[in-house]
Design a protein around this ligand. Sequence first.
Ligand code: SAH
Length: 214
Amino acid sequence: MIFESTIQKANLIMKLRSMGISSKNVLSAIEKIPREIFLPSNLKDYAYENIPLPIGFEQTISQPYIVALMTEALSLKGNEVILEIGTGSGYQTSILSTLSRRVYSIERIRPLLVNAISCFKRLKLTNIICECGDGFLGWSKLAPFDHLIITCAVEKIDNRLLSQVRFNGMCVVPVGSVLKGQRLKKITVKNNRESDIWEDLGQVNFVPLISDNY
Ligand code: SAH
């Protein structure tokens, strides 16, 4: 069984490479973090398939390629402080935690967060700080962050969020809607919003950000 999952993991890493993921650090983080522990027991066999999977409450754990792509886009050196909106299963959070100094993560669905926190404990990841609540307005008390990663789709990125990212920090975020389609954007944050640099990272399919502040 262990042998089988090692082969599946190696196949996934090769698949991610063939899709253009080249960062050794990102690929070894994917290799290190066991995706199966973030999944419901009936789906663990699919842990190393390159597909998103349901985690309950109408939410999904992201596809490994998208987790790798979003992480690679941040070019992490290891000393960054990151804010994540949408902890979900905690899989993306765990990958980020192995490659940065600290990850703050906000999730609005408490049972998902409870489950994610128990995974962080099992993996002995001690640099993750979580909060249950609406992440629409970020975590201004703790700003500025080096980077912001949003793992649910927004129709428009709010300036109050971008102002929590330091100069030259990055925000990786799916922008769009289920109807119109979504594109993954990497925004390099400058002193004023007109000077921000937007890059397109391709088409994605995330669950929407849900907020009363919208
Ligand atoms: N990266 C995650 C996938 C998260 S799915 C993983 O690998 O598992 C997106 C998550 O965003 C869901 O859990 C959803 O509940 C959460 N979410 C949606 N709107 C939110 C909001 N306003 N604040 C915080 N979390 C939110």
